[in-house]
Design a protein around this ligand. Structure first.
Ligand SMILES: C[S@@+](CC[C@H](N)C(=O)[O-])C[C@H]1O[C@@H](n2cnc3c(N)ncnc32)[C@H](O)[C@@H]1O
Length: 166
C-alpha cells in the first residue's frame, strides 16, 4: 500500500521547500507517494525516486514528471551518486514481515535506517548531504546524539526528529 503523507512527510517536505538545498542531483529513498521527490524536483535538475514497494513505484511513476522512479531495496538498483539523499524511512519498532512495509523499521525501529546510513555514503557526491528521520518511539537516542538535528515535530504519540548525517 502506498504511504499516505503524514506529519513526518510534511516536516521533511517543508524543510526541502524552506531551505536552499544546493543540490543538482537528489535521491528520494522510499518515495511512497512521491511527495519529497516532487519538492526536490522544484530545486534540482536530476531526481531519482525509489521504493521497495511495487505499488508505491507505480503510484509515484504515474504522478511524477521528470523524475526517474524505480523499484529498489535501499540502494540495490541505484547506480549513481547524488548531492542530496533523503529517506523518510519506516521508523517504528516492528519486523517487516511483508514484501513491503511503510512503518516497520526493524525490531528496535532503527535497523533499516542503520542499513541505509551504512550504505548511503557510497552513493553521495563529495560535499553531499544525507537527511533522514527518526522517532523517539524507536531506539533512536544514539542516532539523535550523533547527528545534526534540523527540525522536530511532535504529537501525543511521538516526537519526530529530522536529522542530517554527520
Ligand atoms: C514512512 S514511508 C515514507 C513515504 C514518503 N517518502 C513520505 O515521506 O511520505 C516509508 C517508505 O519507505 C519504503 N521502504 C520500506 N523499506 C524500503 C527499502 N528497503 N527500500 C526502499 N524503500 C523502502 C516504503 O515502501 C515506504 O514507501
Amino acid at each position: 500500500m502506498t504511504y499516505k503523507p503524514g506529519k513526518d512527510s510534511m516536516m521533511m517536505a517543508e524543510y526541502l521547500e524552506d531551505n536552499p538545498i544546493e543540490a543538482e542531483s537528489c535521491l528520494d529513498m522510499g518515495t511512497g507517494s512521491g511527495i519529497l521527490a516532487k519538492k526536490m524536483r522544484e530545486k534540482a535538475e536530476t531526481v531519482h525516486a525509489v521504493d521497495k514497494d511495487p505499488e508505491a513505484v507505480k503510484y509515484a511513476r504515474e504522478r511524477l514528471d521528470g523524475i526517474n522512479v524505480y523499484r529498489s531495496d535501499l540502494f540495490s538498483e541505484v547506480e549513481r551518486k547524488f548531492d542530496l539523499i533523503a529517506f523518510n524511512p519506516p521508523y517504528l519498532p516492528g519486523e517487516d514481515e511483508s514484501d513491503h512495509s511503510d512503518w516497520a523499521g526493524g525490531k528496535n525501529g532503527i535497523e533499516l535506517t542503520e542499513r541505509f546510513l551504512n550504505n548511503a555514503d557510497g552513493y553521495l557526491n563529495k560535499g553531499g548531504r544525507i537527511l533522514f528521520l527518526v522517532s523517539d518511539r524507536a531506539d533512536s537516542d544514539q542516532l539523535i546524539q550523533e547527528n545534526r538535528v534540523l527540525d522536530t515535530t511532535h504529537d501525543w504519540f511521538e516526537k519526530l526528529y529530522l536529522l542530517e548525517k554527520n
